[in-house]
Design a protein around this ligand. Structure first.
Ligand code: ADP
Length: 519
């Protein structure tokens, strides 16, 4: 313990204070040193720093010798063997002859502070990595000026922001103009600025097209009303002026809102939108082709319906001929019958009109088609139905297939029919294994060929001849029109369809279509 009046101070100090000689031997050691390093004063005094803190602890910084003072951070081991980081200030003591005799050192444990700083840095790094690496576009915005605008608005007596924004679109624009871009990630630069980061400075206003104003307003309302986040689909604009469909999400953690900071995320969903539109188109086409195929079914009931007015017309016609041949002719009765004839003829015409209406949007668009794509589309579309029959479908498409020329909807209907027939045959026969394989390829004659195989009971040899005839069916509720329609469609495309059995016994339908010469 140092002598004199400093003794109390020395012991009361919160910081470790120790004195050592030039060899590192400890001459003084206060209570705070014991607290910091774990050794008692008795343990420490007379021993060297090396012995306590590990090799190298005796070393003296050249700066200390040169200037008489040194401070910095040192790593030391404590009595329990744990590593500490200590912030040290050292001062050199000299003897009467001016020679250094010892060092006084004050130390403060900063391990926890460093750990906290490191954790903070790691969190920041993780955040930055996340911010940068996310595939989605992220924006950090400063909307402090918007806060000011809103407070001013409130002071002037406006308490319904939504209503005010609706009535003042220019105010929304102004809010956008004062919302500053603080930082954006790489995905944002790619999505919005074609890779040029310098375009993404200043205000967010250029990226919000007129139509998206409502969304911006709604997100401001959500933020000020304390909602944790706001998300919606909207149209946004790129720096080059092109617009795209986006999923926009703004998060409002209260701490950042208080500081005027806002994090928004944008995902480009135009691809998804396009895919959805394509899917809808496909479904429409199928719905339509289903209607067309229903025509077969309708033919029977139409014949029946039309037959009735026709028979009535014939009956009434011959009756009126009889009344006319009387003398004098009974024109009154003839008039009544003729009215009935007109009404019946009208009824028949109405029925025909209805049918024509159903078939009228029959697609006739002939185009170059990829059979592979067409088969795959059909497979995707039928997937739920096949799954319901426990049928596993494999589509094996050959590479380098030439396009064919034809009507997409009609050809899809052919494949859909064959697949459904196969699925029905397997499920009716309660087959344990239910597999459908569609294979595309080119045959030796240079035509596009598609085979549809199943693992069902196959086709009875005596039926092979008649399969493609209209109304040939072995099903209780069958129409017998499916294969007939398939054949007529394929033949209209200049191709042919044949049926047979595979080596395993299942049915195999083979369709051959000529390649598109124009392509
Ligand atoms: P429908 O399905 O209304 O009977 P189709 O013309 O589609 O009319 O088929 C005619 C008949 O051909 C079916 O009733 C069935 O007997 C037979 N058939 C068609 N496809 C298969 C198949 N994959 N396996 C076994 N039989 C089939």
């Amino acid at each position: 313990m140092p002598q004199g009046g400093f003794g109390d101070l020395f012991e009361l100090a919160h910081e470790s204070i120790l004195v050592r000689d030039m060899d590192g031997r400890l001459l003084s050691w206060n209570a705070a040193s014991t607290q910091l390093y774990g050794w008692s004063e008795q343990d420490a005094l007379g021993r060297s720093l090396d012995a306590l803190f590990g090799d190298g602890a005796n070393e003296i910084a050249p700066e200390l010798l040169a200037n008489g003072r040194w401070d910095g951070e040192i790593r030391r081991r404590n009595a329990a063997g744990a590593d500490l980081v200590v912030e040290i200030r050292q001062s050199l003591r000299r003897g009467p002859d001016g020679q250094p005799v010892g060092i006084v050192e004050i130390g403060r444990d900063i391990t926890a502070k460093l750990d906290a700083e490191r954790a903070l840095k790691a969190a920041e790094r993780r955040y930055t990595n996340l911010f940068q690496a996310m595939a989605a576009s992220f924006w950090e915005l400063d909307f402090t000026p918007v806060g000011t605008m809103l407070r001013r608005l409130r002071k002037s007596g406006v308490d319904d922001y939504s209503q005010y924004f609706r009535d003042h679109p220019a105010f929304i624009r102004e809010m956008m103009r004062v919302t500053r871009i603080v930082d954006v990630n790489d995905a944002t630069v790619r999505l919005f600025a074609g890779g040029d980061r310098s375009l993404l400075t200043g205000s967010v206003e250029p990226y919000w097209p007129e139509a998206a104003g409502e969304v911006y307003a709604a997100s401001v309302v959500a933020a000020v009303s304390g909602a944790p986040s706001y998300s919606t689909e909207t149209t946004l604009r790129r720096a080059d002026g092109s617009e795209f469909q986006a999923l926009f999400t703004a998060a409002f953690p209260s701490e950042s809102v208080d500081q005027g900071a806002l994090l928004i995320g944008v995902i480009d969903i135009s691809e998804r939108k396009r895919a959805q539109a394509a899917e809808r188109r496909l479904q429409d086409e199928f719905a339509h082709s289903a209607r067309i195929s229903m025509l077969g079914e309708l033919t029977a009931s139409i014949a029946h319906e039309v037959n009735q007015p026709l028979a009535a017309i014939a009956t009434n016609g011959s009756a009126s001929l009889r009344w006319l041949s009387r003398s004098p002719p009974d024109t009154d009765r003839c008039a009544v019958l003729t009215e009935r004839i007109v009404a019946d003829a009208q009824r028949a015409a109405d029925i025909i009109g209805r049918i024509r209406g159903m078939a009228s949007n029959q697609p006739t668009a002939v185009e170059a088609l990829s059979i592979n794509a067409l088969v795959r589309e059909t497979a995707i579309f039928l997937q739920p139905e096949l799954a319901a029959h426990d049928v596993m479908l494999t589509v094996a498409t050959a590479a380098g297939l030439e396009p064919v020329r034809g009507d997409r909807t009609q050809l899809q209907q052919v494949f859909a029919n064959l697949l459904i027939n196969g699925a029905q045959a397997m499920s009716q026969a309660r087959c344990a294994e239910r597999r459908l394989v569609v294979r595309t390829g080119m045959n030796l004659a240079g035509h596009v060929q598609v085979t549809v195989e199943d693992t069902g009971p196959g086709l009875a040899p005596e039926h092979l001849e008649r399969l493609f005839e209209s109304f040939f069916t072995t099903k209780a509720s069958g129409m017998g029109m499916g294969l007939a329609i398939c054949r007529s469609i394929v033949e209209r495309h200049g191709g042919g369809v044949t049926a047979g059995n595979g080596p395993q016994g299942g049915a195999v339908f083979t369709i051959v279509l000529p390649v598109d010469e124009a392509a």
